[in-house]
Write a protein that binds this ligand. Sequence first.
Ligand code: ADP
Ligand code: MG
Length: 686
Amino acid sequence: MSLVSVSNVFELPIGKLPRCGPAIILRLKKIGIETVGDVLGHFPARYEDHSEVLDVSGLVAGEFGTVRVRVQQLRGRRAMYRRGMHVTEALVGDGTGSVRVVWFNQPFLTKTLSVGEEIFVSGKVAEDSFGLKFTSPIYERTDKNDTLHTARIVPIYGLTIGVGNKQFRSLVKSALDKVDAARPVHDWLPEEIRVENSLATYWHALEAIHFPENMHEVEESHLRFQFDQTFLHELNQRVVKRYTESVIGCALPLDVEIVKNFIAGLPFVLTDDQKKAVFAILKDMERSHPMNRLLQGDVGSGKTVVAAIAMRHAAAHGCTSILMAPTQLLAEQHSETLKKVLGPSEIPVVLITQSTKKTATLPKGPCVVVGTHALLYEKVVYPQLGLVVVDEQHRFGVAQRKAIKAKNKAGYTPHFLSMSATPIPRSLALAVYGSLAVSSIKHMPVGRKPIATRSVAEKDRGKAVDFVKQHVQRGEQVFAVAPLIDPSDFLSVESATSLYEQFSSDLFSGLRVGLVHGRMKPAERSKVMDAMRRGEIDILVATAVIEVGVDIPNATVMWIEGSERFGLAQLHQFRGRVGRGEKQSYCFLFSSSRGENANKRLKLMEEATDGFVLAEKDLEMRGGGQLWGTQQSGFAEIEFLREISLDIWDMARRAADKIMSDDSALAHHPVLALQLKQFEEELHRE
Ligand code: ADP
Ligand code: MG
């Protein structure tokens, strides 16, 4: 969960915290934790309740127990057994009795602990012929105000190899102390909103999510942080909407003949949904107010062609259009598609890339410019910019809109069309798209072959391997997706690197196997993707990075490991990477857990081919928070939204309406205004 950053201390690198050395810095970086804010935003995966403190006489062999005891005896020695390992032995006790404790390989304990000192000892109790004992329990001094590891509800974090929970808990505590010393007096959330919605204060929530007094506090804290994000999101939508309604656009009256001829010249007939979308878009563009519309539809449903018609319409009025894609690769694909479609009308399509941006020259008349989202930050100014199409970026903020307007020498704000292949459940659409009108393409052009989807049982893995080999022999290509980059000791899930190992040296040795993941540099990544496109790779193992992207018509098999780890909508996105050519395509779903829910989801994937249906089901079935899976997704923003219950949306919506009706410019809420600005910047960082 991303936290609202309320102090500069959040930006401090973790190296500034006490006892945080280079080794742990490096390891935590692997899981995306680099700053104090990252540490605090890494919420516990679960909690263990060890708050009950027992008398020594109350300890039971075989059970977990925590006691508050004095050290009565303490000594260290080399053991005769276990290869001479160092053993620290202690006898500890309270008024009710004594119990033995052993620790292995911690010779320093005889120095850090001393006889007579009072400590908590917490761990599983065993019994041997000499009576009860603790083996390698956690201990903690009792002289501090608060314990972190014992005698409380203990947070358990999902971490990475080489970082222990005890170590991380201490880090969280130092981070909290550091922030506490520098914290502003007030909550950033206006007090009346906080109280009205019975929310915990920010500071209380931050502490309680890590070190709760009871489980109720954990719930309260989650609620508070979810509300924060949702509220800012809602507020942002309203600010964007107010902005777009206040600016002047450019009316482009419809020339029916031109559009009709253009459509008649296409090599196919538009689907009904495409026609409806075109009609709505052209109507929008006729108004003197800028269009603000979203076009959503599955991959391959024909959105680009619809955008091209709008571009043709703009060109008829002498207006240039630009299209921004999330990756270079997608920009190139769009440019190819548009060249084919717009070529006959003699509208030039100019692709601007990192390497051509210095030399690219724009033609005299209207044209279509294609590039990545970075186009926004290029200095080019267009004489008459009529339409901006943005692919796969849902939240387009005020700052971006102002930047676009500044690109237009003619002064007015261009029409705006956003395209998305990530369907949003209807119940969330208003919240997510708030300020946008929506057109949906629900049905694929005729003649598409649905992708045969099978959930594969472990015992049939061999069959899937043979199947893949056969298809590779025919010259077809395969994608294999895993949920993680590296193996994890915490989650028993297949990782891309281990899958790659297994594929290249064992299951598919002899075939050309490639690997691509989100930690690779973009240049390296596109080298691999290019090789895949050229057919020099048979099987490409990947993480969710391939979710957005590549059109490789020759790829016919999608192999998904740990499919229970992905949302239905995300699985559907993966599946959309194949089936882009003439050949029949396949999707194999593997999963390590076979709970009832997992089975139901896999069944749905086998049966439903419609992204909109899956998005609805996804929301219904997931309901509660999903622990992770968001970092690697290209749609982290949407992933987050899925976890928010409709009740919280309601609360946030009402709160945002109230603020906007009382103080729409946020003039009386400077702290809130600042947070909103940061929130917007955060959304568009990259
Ligand atoms: P999207 O952008 O939604 O992923 P595209 O616009 O790239 O989809 O379209 C995918 C492919 O389908 C393109 O090759 C396009 O020419 C083709 N196409 C689009 N609309 C139709 C249609 N109505 N009938 C047949 N083919 C179509
Ligand atoms: Mg597309």
